[in-house]
Design a binder for this molecule. Structure first.
Ligand code: HEM
Length: 168
């Protein structure tokens, strides 16, 4: 199998990146929906996994786009009608925008709420670097900001306090 794209067909690297990103997006939706069902630390841990997979998708999207720029793009079949050609090009462009926009907006949303974003705990992209809710650590100042984050995230995380312990 051809590693690089030719003017006739996609190469193995482009195909591998395509199916890897597809499977990670499916994983990503499953992780998010699973997190919705959970509470407390289990929910935060599931969301941390969701964020790490999302950042992986973003990194792969950059590689994929770069690979596309330095490789020929096989043309669409000549048998396509003009409206089919338009729809195919439009859909491909929209999917490219989405694989960048979804992880970037997720990252911005999490950071804006003051929640940490790390890549499988290997490196920190924003936030305090501590996945543990500050109130569990007994840090009153950070606990207040965690509360604000919880309030902002009230759609997915209903918080209540009992003797300085936060239950989401
Ligand atoms: C291709 C990448 C991504 C996809 C397809 C995706 C998809 C989703 C989906 C389907 C939900 C559930 C939304 C709902 O039920 O209302 C969700 C929630 C969430 N995502 Fe992502 N996501 C991606 C990347 C990210 C990234 C990179 C981050 C952070 C760094 C992130 C952070 C979150 C958070 C914190 C929630 C919970 C939000 C809430 O319930 O208010 N996501 N995501």
């Amino acid at each position: 199998m051809q590693v690089r794209n030719t003017s006739a067909r996609w190469g193995s690297v482009a195909q591998f990146l395509h199916w890897l990103i597809v499977s990670l997006i499916i994983t990503q939706v499953i992780l998010a929906l699973t997190a919705e069902e959970l509470h407390g630390m289990a929910k935060l841990a599931m969301l941390a996994r969701h964020k790490s997979v999302g950042i992986t998708i973003l990194m792969l999207a950059v590689v994929r786009f770069g690979w596309r720029l330095v490789n020929p793009t096989p043309p669409l079949p000549l048998t396509l009608k003009p409206y089919e050609r338009f729809l195919a090009n439009f859909t491909h462009a929209a999917l490219y925008v989405l694989i960048f926009a979804l992880p970037i907006t997720g990252w911005i949303m999490s950071s804006a709420r003051g929640f940490p974003v790390s890549w499988f705990n290997q490196f920190q992209l924003s936030g305090s670097g501590d996945e543990e809710p500050p109130a569990v650590r007994g840090d009153a100042g950070n606990a207040r900001s965690f509360w604000r984050g919880c309030w902002a995230q009230s759609r997915c995380c209903t918080c209540s306090a009992r003797s300085s312990t936060i239950l989401c």
